[in-house]
Design a protein around this ligand. Structure first.
Ligand SMILES: [Zn+2]
Length: 197
């Protein structure tokens, strides 16, 4: 695997790459990323520290070598926790997770821009701020719906708001590949693009 990287990066000396550009992908003990979106990455110094403390195993490495007077080692590109971190079935009810559930799309018109939250049953009518009553809406749709129920406004969310499991949010996150994807990460991230022959 590393030979492939070396061939492709042969124009640039590995030592010319800044360590800052070498984050480590963090996998749980089951070799699944701790998080897909945002992708679970550690700064190289945190990754090295965890290696020295024996908390992680190195799964794959960069060509980049860091040195001190007493040692030299390649920076890890993929590490796996030795102890499985239980993440719980239900993710927290946060802005980010709500947008992620709804794939960062307005649930009324499908827009990706200018996203806000809409109480499907308005608060003034007793609607609560919960997974099952809040949906992603763009500002124009939010304004158009105003303080009305879906029936009164004739506006229904494409997907009825629901409480997602962590697994469902992970799956949603896979739809958003990171800007930077090191070759050695691909085996652990199952983006759709990878399934092409
Ligand atoms: Zn909209």
């Amino acid at each position: 695997m590393l030979d492939g990287i070396a061939a492709r990066e042969s124009w640039v000396s590995p030592q010319a790459v800044s360590p800052e550009a070498c984050p480590a992908l963090v996998l749980n003990a089951d070799f699944q990323p701790l998080s897909y979106f945002p992708l679970s990455l550690w700064h190289w110094q945190d990754a090295l520290k965890a290696v020295f403390l024996g908390r992680v195993m190195v799964v794959s490495e960069y060509e980049r070598i860091v040195r001190s007077p007493s040692f030299a080692m390649r920076l890890p590109s993929v590490i796996a926790l030795k102890e499985y971190v239980e993440q719980g079935r239900w993710p927290a009810f946060t802005r980010f997770n709500l947008f992620l559930r709804d794939r960062f799309r307005c649930q009324y018109c499908g827009a990706h821009e200018d996203l806000t939250f809409d109480h499907v049953v308005p608060r003034a009518l007793g609607g609560r701020t919960t997974w099952t009553n809040v949906t992603t809406a763009c500002a124009p749709c939010n304004l158009r719906k105003g303080g009305r129920t879906p029936q009164a406004a004739g506006m229904f969310p494409r997907i009825k708001p629901y409480r997602p499991t962590r697994r469902e949010l992970q799956d949603a996150g896979r739809a958003f590949p990171p800007n930077y994807l090191h070759e050695s990460w691909r085996d652990y991230l199952y983006w759709d693009t990878e399934l092409e022959p």
